[in-house]
Design a binder for this molecule. Structure first.
Ligand code: 13P
Length: 246
């Protein structure tokens, strides 16, 4: 089985500034991380400000490609200023901006049409986990995308498992909890296409930090991380990327 290359993506959310861009540009230029892809998803206005350093991604994209949609940014526009990736279906978009599985699937397809690699976020609330519906819930989130783009749509895509209860709470899923869901997701892919299951990167997100990253990234089905708060701190982010570089 081919070894999957690890990827660590920092999701800055609604944080950051031009001076943080400059700090990360310089900081990431000077580190040697040959075995990991390092991605930063800053607020979209900062994407063209990075002249070097990490690979860049958007945090969201419009479901339309142009038109009278005030405040929206299309996948083509993100790509035109240097984005290679875009996060799709983050739980904050799902919960705070009412994005349902169908809209997320449509955005996933739009991202690929624009030449971006979608990072599809899935993950359950604590309530769903406690109710025992965890796997059915994740299945529905994946299935909606599969129904629209087919299994071939996942050959150039990334999945991020982000349990909502672990996001921004300081409560990281244990490596065993995360691995259990990652294994489920990979088995879900294997039901449709074995080669895709073996190649698709599945990132873990939810309070990843310098101390939790090494054990998480050592799990067989965890191919890196989607990092929120800790991606705003250069030294800690580099430590996390270094853990993935092993
Ligand atoms: P935290 O790392 O701050 O928990 O955020 C995770 C996340 O939502 C990344 O997309």
């Amino acid at each position: 089985m081919a070894q999957r290359r690890k990827l660590v993506a920092g999701n800055w959310k609604l944080n950051g500034s031009l001076s943080l861009v400059s700090l990360f540009e310089k900081g990431l230029d000077n580190v040697n991380l040959p075995n990991v892809d390092v991605v930063i998803c800053p607020p979209a206005v900062y994407i063209p400000s990075f002249k070097s350093g990490p690979v860049l991604g958007g945090q969201n994209l419009a479901v339309n490609d142009c038109g009278a949609f005030t405040g929206e940014i299309s996948g083509e526009q993100l790509a035109s200023v240097g984005a290679k990736y875009v996060i799709v279906g983050h739980s904050e978009r799902r919960e705070l901006f009412f994005e349902d599985n169908q809209l997320v699937a449509a955005k996933f397809a739009r991202a690929q049409n624009a030449g971006l690699v979608p990072i599809l976020c899935v993950g359950e609330s604590l309530e769903t986990r406690k109710s025992g519906d965890l796997f059915a819930f994740i299945n529905a989130q994946l299935q909606a995308v599969l129904d629209l783009v087919g299994i071939s749509g996942f050959t150039n895509a990334i999945v991020a498992y982000e349990p909502i209860w672990a996001i921004g709470t300081g409560e990281t899923a244990t490596p065993a909890q995360a691995q259990e869901v990652h294994e489920f997701i990979r088995a879900w892919f294997a039901k449709h296409d074995q080669a895709c299951a073996e190649s698709v990167k599945i990132l873990y997100g939810g309070s990843v930090n310098a101390s939790t990253a090494p054990e998480l990234f050592a799990q067989p089905d965890i191919d890196g991380g989607l990092v929120g708060g800790a991606s705003l701190k250069l030294e800690e982010f580099i430590t996390i990327c270094t853990a993935a570089n092993k």
